[in-house]
Design a protein around this ligand. Structure first.
Ligand code: CIR
Length: 262
C-alpha cells in the first residue's frame, strides 16, 4: 500500500534519558528538567497515537543524552530504514544503538556507508523528493553517499545549503501537505523550496517552524499564537504541544519520532 509522505501507520520513539541534562545545545538557557521532559514527551506520544500511529516506545538510553531525538540517527523511506551517521561526536553511537530496533520494526534496513555525516533533522521528504540541507551536522560527503540509496528507493535527492546559524534544515521547516511547507522567513529566503508553496512563520515565532504533519493533523509547538492562527486560517487541524524542555537542548517536534508506514 502506498502512503503520502505525511501518512504514517507507525512511529518509533525513545523515552528521554535522565542524562538529557547533558544534551548538546548552542546556547545555555538552563538544563531541561527530566520529569517535565518526560511529561511533555508523554503528551507527544499520546498525540501520535491520537493521530493514528501505532507507537513503539523504546527505553531511555542513558549513554546518549540526546537519544530522545531519535529522528537524527535514521531516515525511513517507504518502510526502509537508512541508518545515518550523525554529525555530532557524542551522537555517533546512537546509530548502532538504534540498529536492533530498526531491524525489528522496519521492512528493511540499509547502512549508509560513509566517512561523512548526515543527521535526519536535515532531511525533509515529500512524496518524491528528499530535500537535504547541508549544515554543521550534514556534509557533502554524507549527502553524496546517501544519494544512491535515496534514488534507489525512487526519490530525487536535492542537496541545499542550510544558513549557518540554523542547527538543522528542519529546525526551521516542515511539510504541511504534499505541496506546502512551513518555514522561517530566513530559510524560505534561501530558495530551498522550489516548486512548493511556503507558509512563513510569523516574526518572533521562528521556533514554530519545526512542526510535523501526521495524517490529518499538524503538530505545532505551543507559544506561537500568531502562526497557530495563520495555520488555522489556512485550514489545517492543529495539535498544539509543549516542547519547553526539548527546546532547551535545541530539539523540537520532528526530532522526537521516526514516523513510518508499513
Ligand atoms: C543536538 O544538538 O543534536 C540535540 N541537542 C538536538 C537535536 C534536535 N534534532 C533535530 O532537530 N532533528
Amino acid at each position: 500500500m502506498s502512503h503520502r509522505s505525511y501518512e504514517f501507520t507507525h512511529a518509533l520513539c525513545r523515552l528521554p534519558a535522565r542524562s538529557v541534562t547533558d544534551g548538546l545545545r548552542a546556547a545555555d538557557q538552563g538544563d531541561p528538567d527530566p520529569m517535565v521532559f518526560a511529561a511533555e514527551h508523554g503528551a507527544y506520544v499520546s498525540a501520535l497515537r491520537d493521530a493514528g500511529c501505532d507507537v513503539t516506545l523504546l527505553p531511555a538510553d542513558e549513554a546518549f543524552p540526546d537519544s530522545v531525538f531519535i529522528e537524527d540517527p535514521a531516515l525511513v523511506l517507504k518502510g526502509t530504514a537508512i541508518i545515518l551517521r550523525p554529525g555530532a561526536e557524542t551522537r555517533l553511537g546512537e546509530a548502532a544503538a538504534l540498529r536492533p530496533s530498526l531491524l525489528e520494526h522496519m521492512n528493511d534496513v540499509i547502512d549508509l556507508q560513509t566517512e561523512g555525516y548526515v543527521d535526519g533533522g536535515d532531511i525533509l521528504c515529500t512524496d518524491d523528493r528528499v530535500l537535504l540541507g547541508l549544515s554543521a551536522r550534514t556534509n557533502v560527503q554524507g549527502a553524496e553517499d546517501l544519494r544512491p540509496i535515496v534514488e534507489g528507493l525512487g526519490y530525487a535527492l536535492e542537496v541545499l545549503q542550510t544558513p549557518p546559524e540554523i542547527l538543522h534544515f528542519k529546525t526551521e521547516s516542515s511539510l504541511l501537505d504534499e505541496g506546502t511547507v512551513l518555514a522561517t522567513p530566513a530559510l524560505a529566503a534561501s530558495g530551498a523550496f522550489k516548486g512548493l508553496n511556503v507558509i512563513e512563520t510569523v516574526v518572533g515565532e521562528e521556533a514554530a517552524a519545526n512542526a510535523i504533519r501526521v495524517n490529518e493533523f499538524v503538530f505545532l509547538s505551543a507559544g506561537h499564537p500568531k502562526t497557530e492562527e495563520k495555520l488555522n486560517q489556512a485550514g489545517y487541524s492543529l495539535k498544539v504541544l509543549n516542547t519547553s524542555q526539548a527546546a532547551l537542548v535545541d530539539g523540537g517536534l520532528s526530532c522526537m519520532s521516526l514516523r513510518y508506514s508499513r
